[in-house]
Design a protein around this ligand. Structure first.
Ligand code: BG6
Length: 482
């Protein structure tokens, strides 16, 4: 492989990423309303998290305290500064600003909290990168409005976006609208639908049609936020946030290739609209064939066109392989309408079955850049793992370093060999946080260890892992070094 390890653009945004509900805690402090993330219990590797009706006594909700970043952010930012972060990606918790989502006035205490947080970051030379909705919305917008199925949420989101963009116009330049908006279309599973759109299906719902309607409402809301943001401060850089999981044909059978391409289309649907501002023809055709009626107006279409994004933020963790070959049925990990997912025999997986594929990152960057010709920003990447504190008090997380090193190497190839325009890299969970998927604390991503277990026990004390020193050096030398 060509050695191009040490060359990233001069102002490259080396950073770290988290989300409000996975880190802040203080779920009922400072006038905050209940959010959809507050009614999710803890699960584990094999047990899914439950979504309860309100908060039920006797159940454990890991996001209620999370790692108490709300009260400890000043100390944590000191560590981020020591690490050398140039950017810190977090989200604003919508229910801190509008506790019920439909309130007439924003909650000043919530606004003041993010003022303090952004000021502290800036004072330490760290650029805030902000997601407006990272897998949560005010719970009231579910109970009284059934989530993003309802077009009323477009207006509520727009008002929320306008409020925070106006308030932080001189503090935040980099924004993203909806986190991993395209995660909901693959499987229609409860967790993803809940976290993306606050949808719980009702009897008689056509799941795909309902998901598409909610998605269109979010895409319109996103475009409205982009338009408003650009009016508030034309220097804003506003992106979308996609989960890209490249889908490979399991074999070179052309039917497998076609199946993989069709599955990719389901994910590209979202960025196609965010970036090009038009509903793609493959989607219109599919809706027609399936008899779906998706409700949007000519005005909505104009908004989509006017509210296109400046860059493509995305997460990358793994790849996927699919086949249509019926003799492989016994090996299927998951069934989709057109194909089955199989484990890729060329890849290893982490303890949660996520297949590790650095080349897939380079491939994805090429694919996306060629499709859109817009700057890319890798805003999540990393490997969840169990960490152990050794007798000398250290955490030797060389597995984490290997994972990240290989991905940064692939990233360098995409930039320097393939000519991809990449703005920055913010690996996921710079500090240990509550896992979104399982609600565990012990699925750790961070360079900074947090003393807390899956049941919520621990002192919350922070401790640098060995990977901390490694990442610090990567940032200092603007790459891996030759
Ligand atoms: C992404 C999300 O899907 O992956 C994060 O944007 C999430 O919120 C991350 O935490 C890792 O997933 P998990 O399930 O390991 O926490």
């Amino acid at each position: 492989m060509t050695k191009t390890r040490n060359t990233f653009p001069k102002d490259f945004l080396w950073g770290g990423a988290v989300a409000a509900h996975q880190i802040e805690g203080a779920y009922n402090v400072g006038g905050k309303g209940l959010s959809t993330a507050d009614v999710m219990t803890a699960g584990d590797r094999t047990t899914p998290r439950q979504i309860t009706k309100g908060i039920e006594s006797g159940k454990y909700y890991p996001n209620h305290e999370a790692i108490d970043f709300y009260h400890r952010f000043k100390d944590d930012i000191k560590l981020f500064k020591e690490l050398g972060l140039k950017a810190f990606r977090t989200s604003i918790n919508w229910s801190r600003i509008f506790p019920n989502g439909d309130d007439a006035e924003p909650n000043e205490e919530g606004l003041a909290f993010y003022d303090e947080l952004f000021d502290e970051l800036l004072a330490n030379g760290i650029e805030p990168v902000v997601t407006l909705s990272h897998f949560e919305i005010p719970y009231n917008l579910y109970t009284n409005y059934v989530g993003f199925k309802n077009k009323a949420l477009i207006g509520f989101f727009e008002r929320y976006a306008e409020t925070v963009m106006q308030r932080y116009k001189d503090k935040v330049t980099y924004w993203m609208t909806f986190n991993e908006i395209n995660n909901q279309m693959d499987t229609f599973d409860e967790l993803h639908l809940w976290t993306n759109s606050a949808i719980i299906f009702e009897d008689g719902d056509n799941k795909e049609e309902v998901t598409i309607q909610a998605s269109m409402n979010e895409l319109i809301a996103s475009a409205r936020a982009v338009k408003i943001g650009k009016k508030i401060n034309p220097a804003f850089q506003i992106g979308c946030m996609m989960a890209y999981v490249p889908v490979y044909p399991y074999s070179c059978n052309p039917h497998d290739l076609m199946a993989a391409s069709k599955m990719m289309e389901r994910r590209f649907f979202y960025s196609d609209i965010h970036v090009r501002g038009e509903v793609p023809s493959y989607a219109l055709k599919m809706w027609e064939q399936k008899g779906f009626t998706i409700d949007y107006t000519e005005d909505d279409l104009a908004v989509l066109k006017e509210g296109t994004v400046d860059y493509i933020g995305f997460s990358y963790y793994m790849s996927n392989a699919v086949t249509t070959l019926s003799d492989k049925r016994g090996q299927a990990v998951r069934d989709h309408p057109e194909a089955m997912t199989l484990a890729n025999p060329h890849l290893q997986a982490n303890d949660w079955g996520w297949q590790i594929d650095p080349q897939g990152l380079r491939y994805t960057m090429n694919l996306v850049y060629q499709r859109y010709n817009k700057p890319l920003f890798i805003v999540e990447n990393g490997m969840g793992a169990y960490d152990k504190i050794e007798e000398d008090g250290k955490i030797y997380d060389d597995y984490r370093v290997s994972y990240l090193e290989e991905h940064i190497e692939a990233m360098a190839q995409a930039v320097n060999v393939d000519g991809v325009d990449l703005m920055g890299y913010t690996p996921w969970g710079v500090i240990d946080i509550v896992s979104f998927g399982s609600g565990e604390m012990e699925k750790r991503y961070g360079f900074i260890y947090v003393d807390k277990d899956n049941q919520g026990n621990g002192t919350l004390q922070r401790r640098k892992k060995e990977s901390f020193n490694w990442y610090k050096q990567v940032i200092e030398q603007n790459g891996l070094g030759n």
